[in-house]
Ligand binder design. Structure first.
Ligand SMILES: Nc1ncnc2c1ncn2[C@@H]1O[C@H](COP(=O)(O)OP(=O)(O)OP(=O)(O)O)[C@@H](O)[C@H]1O
Ligand SMILES: [Mg+2]
Length: 445
């Protein structure tokens, strides 16, 4: 196997996720020195993540305004002053490519208020933003930009394996429209990027060669879905797919949804719907605060766990409910398990655990069903990647419920796909049998 593709001096990979997106890169001469952007900050609550939320804001003139936390924050501040009319905020729009059978140039995505725009335009803007961020923050630094030209860059874009070829080509077209030259661009399947990364970090999983000819499972626990695959590494460093990608809606987003559902049970559907519809920014703020609390929750957490709600939500409850919070808690047999103080709610850890357990248990059941298949009985190793597997709770649950298997979760599992995609870009022969190639003359209608 050649150790690198000599044509390109720098590989940058973009991982376009349902909930979070980001990039990583490395130089041809230091291929294993893979760097990521140092962290995206929400600018307010102290939340710093290694990828930015997949969220895009457009001005009333239909121009791109911002991406990630900046987009969320700008929309929030506009809404606080009631100046947000006409602005469009698109969140989590990648799901569209999972679900749309007859994707074409006219296919639209809707923003948080139900206003639609052509999907190709939104995807193009998002990819262009990521490329621009990389070029201005990394590439144009004097120590790089002086020595390299943009022609020296190889771009890699990750795509889910389960997408139709139409969806994959849609991404390629969006990327080319965003300014990624077709000849410099490769698409990489997410599970293969994850496999490449896990198998290249010898420290945590022992000898790489050990995996040749041995089937292993990859679980990508992302935001929207848990995607499960079984692969085998062949002698020529390509991967053979033994079990076609499957999975379900068991990503980290399910925990947020369970929290909201539970809160709805307590405060009432009318109040929660009003809150979401009439105070959307406050609603997103509440979810961002939940995100921070969620990240520090583990099986060792005991007692009450505190989450910041919103004063507006509690006001809405007062205005729309005949009862008060204390009575509601008592009638729901939650005395001692739930407390309200100012704009915070404290919930017993046993309740919080159920929000995590619901998706995790379903995912584990699914994994067990796959592993029970006679043709997959030899699978001993399970590699787990994706942001949701950063959760200590998830980590412990997997180790406990699948203890007869060897579970490997690399460091920073949320970055495994994007780092593996950089390796994929450097090593042209890897996964050569399954590379998503450009189809000559393919054009979306
Ligand atoms: N430390 C943590 N604890 C709990 N959940 C976490 C942690 N870090 C990230 N997450 C969750 O992981 C999810 C994001 O994971 P990831 O970035 O892999 O998803 P994605 O790539 O956007 O989604 P997909 O791969 O489904 O398109 C979010 O739901 C986030 O809340
Ligand atoms: Mg992902």
């Amino acid at each position: 196997m050649s150790s690198h593709d000599p044509k390109f001096k720098l590989v940058v990979a973009f991982d376009f996720g349902t909930t979070y997106s980001g990039y990583a890169f490395s130089f041809r001469d230091f291929p294993l020195h893979i760097k990521t952007n140092c962290g995206w900050s929400d600018g307010a609550d102290g939340l710093v993540t290694m990828k930015a939320p997949t969220c895009l804001l457009m001005t009333p003139e239909d121009e791109f305004h911002s991406f990630g936390y900046e987009a969320e924050n700008k929309y929030s501040s506009l809404a606080a002053e009631d100046k947000h009319r006409g602005w469009l905020l698109f969140r989590r729009f990648k799901m569209l490519l999972h679900n749309t059978e007859h994707l074409n140039r006219k296919t639209t995505v809707t923003d948080i208020n139900g206003v639609s725009r052509p999907a190709i335009k939104i995807f193009t803007m998002a990819i262009r933003y990521l490329k621009h961020h990389f070029i201005t923050n990394v590439f144009q630094q004097p120590e790089i930009g002086t020595f390299l030209s943009e022609r020296d860059i190889k771009y890699v874009l990750t795509v889910p394996a389960i997408w139709s070829s139409n969806s994959k080509h849609f991404m390629r077209e969006a990327a080319v429209e965003a300014g990624l030259e077709d000849r410099q661009l490769k698409l990489c399947l997410e599970p293969e990027a994850a496999s490449i990364w896990c198998l290249s970090i010898t420290k945590s999983i022992g000898n790489v060669e050990h995996f040749t000819g041995v089937p292993f499972m990859v679980i990508d626990l992302g935001g929207g879905t848990a995607d499960i695959y079984v692969n085998e590494k062949k002698d020529d460093h390509t991967f053979k797919e033994l079990y076609k990608a499957g999975g379900g809606p068991w990503g980290g987003k399910a925990v947020d949804e369970n929290f909201v559902k539970w809160l709805m049970g307590l405060l009432g559907e009318t109040v929660m719907n009003k809150f979401k519809e009439e105070h959307m920014c406050e609603y997103f703020d509440m979810l961002r605060n939940f995100e921070m609390a969620k990240r520090s929750f583990s099986a060792d957490t005991t007692g009450l766990v505190s989450f910041k709600l919103s004063k507006i939500l509690l006001q809405l409850f007062d205005e729309n409910s005949d009862s008060d919070l204390r009575t509601i808690i008592s009638e729901s047999n939650l005395d001692g398990f739930v407390e309200f103080k100012d704009d915070h709610i404290s919930v017993d850890s046993s309740i919080v655990a159920t929000w995590f357990l619901e998706p995790i248990s379903q995912m584990i059941e699914y994994v067990k069903t796959i592993l029970a298949r006679p043709d997959l009985s030899k699978v001993e190793n399970i590699l787990v990647v994706g942001g949701f597997s950063e959760s200590k709770f998830v980590h412990d649950e997997l180790n406990e419920k699948l203890k007869d298997k060897t579970i490997t979760i690399p460091q920073d599992p949320g970055l495994a796909v994007v780092r593996g995609a950089v390796r994929f870009g450097q090593l042209p022969t890897i996964v050569s049998s399954r590379v998503v190639k450009a189809v000559p003359n393919f054009k979306l209608q």
